[in-house]
Ligand binder design. Structure first.
Ligand SMILES: [Zn+2]
Length: 496
């Protein structure tokens, strides 16, 4: 063991030294020799090293990464402390105040990677890679809006290392071939792209898919998101099957019976605009039904993109009664109310719509009380041409991956509604629990999926890695910026 330790240590130092020499940065200084070489490595050699790391991660190779002096926040262990972390072979191999000591005692001591990168995370937060359980990458079929690769880039830029793709592609993900395609393309992106499968064939709301077969082909859950399921008996059958297969079901709750015009709340703003609007009742009646069905069947269900205050109250009650329910809210539903439609037009049109300030306040309370467990973006890219159509004709939905964390920090943490720990919990370990993923936490031996962000950096929303730019937040000044995203031990995004 002792031999391996000194071997590893000298390997780290010699690698740093070699890099420094090759860049002509090796010079005498009043500060210690080791400290200088590390500093040079971080500030001058980091970027090339990072590019190598991205290339290697994609090729299945690994670079050891040492993250120094970051504020490590891990909701699962309730850790919030300054420490170092070492990452190698796709795993966190050590974390603690003294990385070298940990490396010496780590089971991985003695392993040799080809390269070492030191990231200086002083002043930055190191958290589990974010998990978004609700994205639309439009692939296959609608790739003029987004594709799996651009969607994954947008995710990595937003600090996400795992995303769950909704099933409403063309064709829908109701068959093994489409699921295989999404997983195969997703595996080339550097992040974890997981497909959800449709609950009904062709998302027709009438015939259940072969859920067992689709689970075998990698479906991590089931949803007809985008469309409501109107047949309560079919929903009950889907829940019974989900219990048998131990998979979650996610529901888009909008009863068309109470929607005159989709994407805009029925109320003061819709009256001003002279359109019918979509009543909050459309959401409330379906949430009530599915809460009771979940209680009855014992299924794990996810109520997607909560918009109505009454829904929050009903989910609170159903959870108290013992139903296994998790609930999502989008950054736009906790950040904006219906008046945003007057300002942003189609860029504030989404299903379900932005509602009143009273609804938003109830959502904030739901977040504080853990009635709402998950922040999910409902990242819904559309083309510029589509969003330039008149309000009643333009498609609903906005992108969200690249602004989600900053909106949570700006609109939840900064005003004091939630702590940073609570926000990270709703973007990591809670969504992992819903989808039964062994992810969303930091520990030696855990997957090296990480986000490193500056919790105080002010920035202006201007451009996107997504193919689309349909966001009402363009031009806004937000707090909190992602600096690095590390997935499977490789750096997949760096803020330059
Ligand atoms: Zn939806």
């Amino acid at each position: 063991m002792g031999k391996e330790i000194s071997c590893l240590k000298s390997y780290i130092l010699s690698a740093m030294l070699a890099e420094a020499i090759s860049y002509g940065l090796q010079r005498k200084s009043a500060i210690g020799k080791q400290k200088l070489s590390e500093r040079c490595f971080t500030s001058f050699l980091g970027f090339d090293g990072i590019k190598r790391s991205i290339r290697k991660a994609r090729n299945g190779g690994y670079t050891m990464i040492i993250i120094r002096n970051g504020r490590v926040i891990d909701p699962k262990s309730q850790t919030d402390a300054i420490m170092n972390m070492a990452v190698d072979q796709g795993k966190i191999i050590a974390m603690g105040p003294d990385t070298e000591e940990l490396l010496r005692t780590s089971p991985a001591a003695g392993t040799k990677s080809d390269d070492i990168i030191v990231l200086d995370a002083e002043g930055l937060v190191v958290a589990p890679g974010l998990i978004d359980v609700h994205v639309h990458f439009r692939d296959p079929g609608l790739t003029y809006k987004e594709d799996i690769h651009t969607g994954a880039h947008a995710a990595a830029k937003g600090g996400f290392t795992t995303v769950v793709c909704m099933a409403n592609t063309r064709p829908p993900a109701d068959n093994p071939e489409t699921l295989d395609y999404i997983r195969s393309e997703g595996s080339k992106t550097g992040i974890h792209v997981l497909p959800a499968a449709a609950i009904t064939v062709g998302m027709n709301g009438e015939t259940l898919t072969d859920m067992a077969l689709l689970k075998q082909h990698g479906a991590c859950g089931f949803t007809d998101d985008g469309l409501p399921l109107r047949d309560a008996a079919l929903v009950k059958r889907a829940m019974d099957e989900a219990v048998r297969l131990n998979v979650p079901l996610s529901f888009h709750e909008e009863d068309p019976a109470f929607i005159e015009t989709s994407g805009v709340n029925q109320g003061e703003v819709s009256r001003q605009m002279g359109i019918g609007g979509a009543s909050a009742l459309a959401e409330d009646v379906m949430v009530a039904r599915d809460c009771m069905l979940a209680l009855h069947t014992g299924a794990t269900i996810d109520i997607q993109h909560i918009s109505s205050g009454n829904s929050v109250k009903m989910i609170r009650l159903a959870k108290q009664m013992g139903a296994d329910i998790m609930a999502e809210v989008t950054p736009h539903h906790f950040s904006l109310d219906e008046t945003a439609v007057l300002k942003h037009g189609t860029l504030a049109k989404m299903n379900p719509p932005l509602r009143t300030e009273l609804d938003r306040e109830e959502i904030l309370r739901g977040l504080q009380e853990n009635v709402i467990d998950i922040i999910a973006t409902d990242h819904a890219p559309h083309s510029v041409e589509e969003k330039e159509r008149p309000l009643t004709e333009a498609p609903s939905g906005i992108i969200g991956l690249e602004t989600s964390l900053a909106l949570a920090i700006t609109n939840l943490v900064h005003p004091g509604y939630l702590s940073l720990m609570q926000v990270i919990e709703k973007m990591t370990v809670n969504p992992a629990r819903l989808y039964r993923l062994d992810k969303g936490y930091l520990a030696a031996g855990a997957d090296a999926d990480l986000v490193i962000f500056d919790p105080g950096e002010l920035w202006t929303v201007t451009e996107f890695a997504s193919k689309a730019s349909n966001s009402p937040f363009i031009g806004d000044r937000l707090i909190g910026k992602v600096k690095y995203t590390i997935c499977g031990g490789g750096i997949v995004y760096q803020d330059v």
